[in-house]
Design a protein around this ligand. Structure first.
Ligand code: GLN
Length: 383
């Protein structure tokens, strides 16, 4: 007989990304749900990785990540965000951004600690907090602008507040932090012991000439922050599951204690390949423009449908309202859209712990033009 085990995540099923991608496959739908590009990555980077493998760079690299990769990353962020990150003490290479966030929570949380989370929240945050014995204090972002209600944040701070997790550009809404948000956050955490976990995996996917306000730009904030990044989003290789975390030395030393007994170290050839490719700055500096064109093209195509766009200033995603089409819940409507129209999306309600219905779906526009055209053609015919 298989012994019974405690249910550590009683309220959680299978992640919406897996659910919607499986439904898309089952119904042969075009998948604008899970966020991944369908266009090829740069062949130069795949060649660099292949060369590394062929040159026998196939054994463990340093526990914290290949030193050359950390040096190049320090140069990149110090230049991009005018900071002073040190490659030896402040950076750890991780198997993806999600792992970096999980490890940061595991590093800091003790049972009963509270973490402020803004909803809609990326679907791993709250389970990560709860697995570590923490309590998620959920604060709703106000639909449809999804601005942070800072007065409410102030009201929710208690002596047990251990951390605030922020995410800009924001998944799923595409909102971005403003200078006012940074000022409010700085004011709130000043003279406290609150840690910030900043999910910046879409740092370069930012549009309309907006600047990414990384936490690394603000010493008063970065001194108390774990900042999490993703190579998958920068180099169109989400399946590589490669990312990194930046934090000041004492926080990073604690993070590494957890990391060393979890994954220990990440894939070597990919670290060699990425380290070599990082010198090509245009690869990331041109990314916002490239994705903005896709956002705009998709939005233009969608004008032929009754879906109404909400603003997206960054990320792979844009929310569209279907209030002109249906009164169904977001999950029901997204399921029907996949099954009947043949287009998969993500119901935004999946990013809330308790059910909400703002009648909005998340569309991923990081796709080839022909994919976007085919998807909108299906929607146009259906409505
Ligand atoms: N980050 C991706 C998204 O938001 C999904 C990653 C995953 O499937 N867990 O769509």
């Amino acid at each position: 007989m298989t012994p019974s085990i405690p249910n550590k995540l009683p309220n959680v099923g299978t992640t919406i990304f897996t659910v919607m991608s499986a439904l898309a496959t089952q119904h042969n739908a075009i998948n604008l749900g899970q966020g991944f590009p369908d266009f090829p990555m740069n062949p130069k980077l795949t060649s660099l990785v292949t060369e590394a493998m062929q040159a026998n760079q196939n054994q463990y690299v340093h526990m914290c990540g290949l030193p050359l990769l950390r040096e190049r990353l320090a140069e990149k962020v110090n230049e991009s965000y005018q900071c002073n990150v040190h490659p030896d003490t402040d950076i750890t290479i991780t198997p993806g951004g999600t792992y970096a966030i999980y490890t940061a929570f595991t590093t800091i949380l003790s049972p009963g600690d509270e973490v402020i989370v803004f909803e809609p929240a990326y679907d791993s945050y709250i389970p990560n907090i709860e697995l570590n014995g923490g309590i998620a204090i959920r604060i709703p972002l106000q639909h449809p602008s999804y601005d942070i209600p800072w007065d409410l944040v102030r009201a929710k701070i208690t002596p047990k507040t251990k951390a605030i997790i922020i995410n800009s550009p924001h998944n799923p809404t595409g909102s971005v932090l403003t200078q006012n948000d940074i000022n409010e956050l700085t004011d709130i955490v000043d003279h406290s012991n609150i840690i910030i976990i900043s999910d910046e995996v879409y740092e370069h996917l930012i549009f309309d000439d907006k600047a990414h306000l990384s936490i690394l730009k603000y010493p008063a904030l970065s001194a108390r922050s774990f900042v999490c990044f993703s190579f998958g989003k920068v180099y169109h290789c989400t399946g590589w599951k490669m990312g990194y975390c930046i934090a000041p030395p004492t926080l990073m030393a604690a993070f590494r204690k957890v990391h060393q007994f979890n994954v220990f170290t990440c894939n070597s050839p990919m670290q060699h390949g990425i380290a070599a490719f990082l010198t090509e700055k245009n690869q990331y500096l041109e990314l916002g423009k490239f994705l903005q064109q896709k956002r705009d093209y998709f939005q233009q195509l969608m004008q032929a449908t009754p879906f109404v766009p909400l603003p997206s200033y960054g990320s792979y995603f844009q929310l569209y309202s279907y209030e002109n089409i249906s009164q169904q819940s977001e999950l029901e409507f997204a399921t029907a859209l996949t099954e009947k129209a043949g287009v998969a999306t993500i119901p935004v309600s999946a990013f809330y712990k308790t059910p909400t219905n703002n009648q909005v779906l998340r569309f991923c526009f990081a796709k080839k033009e022909e994919t976007l055209e085919a998807a909108v053609e299906r929607l146009r015919r259906s409505f």
